[in-house]
Design a protein around this ligand. Sequence first.
Ligand code: AMP
Ligand code: GLY
Length: 421
Amino acid sequence: MNILVIGSGGREHAIIRKLKENPLAQTIYCAPGNGGIAADAVCLPVKACDVQGMVAIAKEKKIDFAVVTPDDPLVFGMVDAMNNAGIKTFGPTAAAAQIEGSKVFSKNLMKKYGIPTATYETFDDAADAVSYIRARGQFPVVIKADGLALGKGVLIVNSMSEAEEGIHSIMEDKVFGASGNRVVIEEFLTGPEASVLAFCDGNTIVPMVSAMDHKRALDHDQGLNTGGMGTVAPNRHYTAEIAERCMKTIFQPTVEAMKAEGRPFSGCLFFGLMITPKGPYVIEYNCRFGDPETQVVLPLLKTDLLEIMLAVWDKRLDKVKVEFSDLHAACVVLASGGYPVSYQTGFPISGLNQQGQMEGATIYHAGTKFEDGVYKTAGGRVLGLVATAPTGNDALKKAYQAAEKISFGGVHYRRDIGAKN
Ligand code: AMP
Ligand code: GLY
């Protein structure tokens, strides 16, 4: 089979390396990919959001199966366009991707179908939103831009002046563009967070092993929100009892709700959960694999990934036994100094072999290029160093030992991945 993975980060690299385990995967292409992915797949110079360009190159390369990973091409209808062109494609349609593409849509869905989530109101007028927060008079309160905002569209504000400033920047200054035409204002919840990715074919949902993300740039959850600075799996807060409650009150009801709305969800559905004193609540849905959750979840998957993805496409996920190993996995992200604000790129990376790998850990490349025989930095998040072991501590130790052997100008990573209680 000729396979095309659309995207360019560490998540895509992890998917490609897993798909490669199946001997049926003859040639794996990645568009656009990156320097490190090029050691495992043939990279094609087509942007992940270029729907027409992607369909054209998929036809030219005689692609048998495609996987769309990032949020924006999914919301823009990449899967619809590829399937319409006769190319079997893993991922939700644009209609189903609204579960991530619009927070107003997802909050209304949860309310309508009784899925536990923070109480909220939606607004399309800045003055109304401010009046509501004033009348409510409770802080902290959470303000969310409706649409995609590169993971930065959530503000937790502690005072009326912060709330006014936040509403102004989202709805009037439009710092996230049209994504800020509407906002969701919601109750502030507390409790540990867990990320659960799930295979879903529209009817059947199969959750994967749970993960814990670390979104803030600096140790002890300080600094700005990033795409994710590291992950561990499984997440110790996500017990078997919580998993059972989630299946009953969140996962299966979400699948049924999307079906009832005429938007059956096929692909990987990501549940951002908070385990509150009242039980598990949905903080957010994503219509895709998480990054860097995928980098710790897929190394623990024992069942063949291509087989599962094909079963999802064929709506026969109920026939596949999806199994995970009992090991633990840890991912430490090496980022460029200054990420997520401003940073320089083009620094040579030392410690990697010609395949972009090293002894002792698996390296998923997020933002690298291969130039003059060396890997160089080319993005904010540069590498994800992943290790597995029988215990979480040993997996972390191996990932951190790998981090000590790699260096590039301005390298920054968190030292406390997996240390939080
Ligand atoms: P998101 O971009 O939707 O993943 O939100 C970013 C982060 O904001 C989440 O990981 C939570 O830590 C936090 N957050 C979002 N909604 C709430 C809420 N209702 N209560 C408390 N924290 C929240
Ligand atoms: N790690 C969170 C996300 O992929 O959105």
